[in-house]
Design a protein around this ligand. Structure first.
Ligand SMILES: O=C(O)c1ccc[n+]([C@@H]2O[C@H](COP(=O)([O-])O)[C@@H](O)[C@H]2O)c1
Ligand SMILES: Cc1cc2nc[nH]c2cc1C
Length: 358
């Protein structure tokens, strides 16, 4: 399934992009006055293969949750149980992602791809029929500690990637016009930093940040943990499954799959923070053309996110200093994406409106 998905990912449609560029030039506004929205609208036309491309509606957020063996190295101040507890919060509608999803009229799907501790409540009891949905797809109860051995076997990494592909397919079959990445996993900024260091070829110190907010001593340890894991495994960036297995996380692997699944169906995928962009690097290593389907929602405060976005050649739409995850930054950026496409649908041309050109 991974191989057939990768094989289905192709380049942007040049004719649709030419048509979108031409249309942008005829709309009643000075050329270029919509800044980054103009090239974004052109790219989305190329992705859809039509001008105008469909409005990116409805939106669906998929939050992949997993735990991390590297938690044992003291890389985060938070107890591991918070991952499972926050799933309870997502399903009850009480997290920031739920508030932003209600505002954006986006659905919320929570995917347990590798949580280590029991979920706190019966998900069916908390989520109403139209409320957040839980997909039970636990590959294993958290990764192994990457400082001791490989975080995952190749088969486990593949199972997580294919879970992400399946979730993308299910959401798109259900009518979603855009997918938004979300993540939850105490400790997951450490494997995100390791993935970014490998794929973007930057030093662990440049890829590692303070995550949920670690002190100076923990930050130094975290950089040492990332450096030690990379020295130990020497992962090959040309072998993305091997990299995900060595130093990744189950939610990172599943997010790479979600991105590949969206790209294969030519549906845009709006990236959230540092975990999403680390997974996007893996997706791009599987299929370079997948970058055409990616929209960078925001610039996470994590330094690794900027390194990853630079490597992908993507400019984030908003920059608010967010570092929460869950899909929150992607949800805040969604109206910008919709606006970029709506312009192609609704704005009059100089000709049709009888407005003189310069
Ligand atoms: O999205 C981001 O850029 C982001 C930056 C820092 C932290 N997070 C969230 O915080 C958790 C990981 O932080 P940590 O310090 O435990 O590695 C995890 O649940 C992420 O969703 C997310
Ligand atoms: C409370 C809390 C909420 C989160 N949401 C995403 N990551 C998180 C980490 C913590 C600790």
């Amino acid at each position: 399934m991974l191989e057939s998905t990768v094989a289905a990912i192709g380049p942007l449609d040049e004719a649709a992009m030419v048509a979108a560029r031409d249309l942008q030039g005829r709309l009643t506004k000075p050329a270029g006055s919509l800044g980054a929205l103009e090239p974004l609208s052109v790219r989305l036309a190329g992705l859809a293969g039509s001008c105008p491309p469909p409005l990116p509606e409805p939106a669906a957020v998929a939050i992949f949750a997993g735990d991390h063996g590297v938690h044992a190295q003291g890389v985060t101040p938070w107890p591991q149980e918070v991952t499972a507890q926050m799933i309870g919060n997502f399903l009850a509608g009480g997290a920031v992602v739920n508030a932003f999803a209600r505002q954006a009229a986006a659905s919320v799907t929570v995917v347990d791809v590798g949580v280590a501790t029991p979920l706190p409540m019966d998900p069916a009891a908390v989520a109403g029929p139209a409320g957040p949905r839980l997909v039970a797809a636990n590959v294993r109860p958290g990764t192994r500690d990457m400082t001791v051995g490989a975080a995952l076997t190749r088969d486990e990494a593949r199972a997580a990637v294919e879970t992400g592909i399946r979730v993308a397919g299910g959401l798109i079959d259900g009518g979603a016009g855009i997918l938004l990445t979300g993540d939850m996993g105490i400790g997951n900024t450490t494997p995100a930093a390791a993935l970014i260091a490998v794929f973007a070829a930057v030093d662990p110190a440049a890829a590692t940040g303070r995550g949920t907010g670690v002190d100076d001593e923990t930050y130094r340890r975290k950089v040492d943990v990332v450096r030690g894991a990379l020295d130990r495994h020497a992962p090959d960036p040309a072998d993305p499954l091997g990299v995900l297995a060595a130093v990744g996380g189950l939610e990172h692997a599943a997010l790479a799959g979600l991105i590949l699944g969206a790209a294969a169906r030519r549906v845009p995928v709006l990236l959230d923070g540092v975990i999403a962009v680390s997974a996007a690097l893996a997706a791009a290593a599987f299929a370079p053309d997948a970058v055409g389907a990616m929209v960078a929602g925001h610039r996470s405060a994590e330094p690794g996110a900027t390194a990853a976005l630079r490597h992908l050649g993507l400019d984030p739409l908003i920059d608010l200093g967010l570092r929460l995850g869950e899909g929150t930054g992607a949800l805040l950026a969604l109206p910008v994406v919709t606006g970029a496409v709506r312009v192609l649908h609704e704005v009059a041309t100089f000709d049709s409106a009888g407005v003189a050109e310069k």
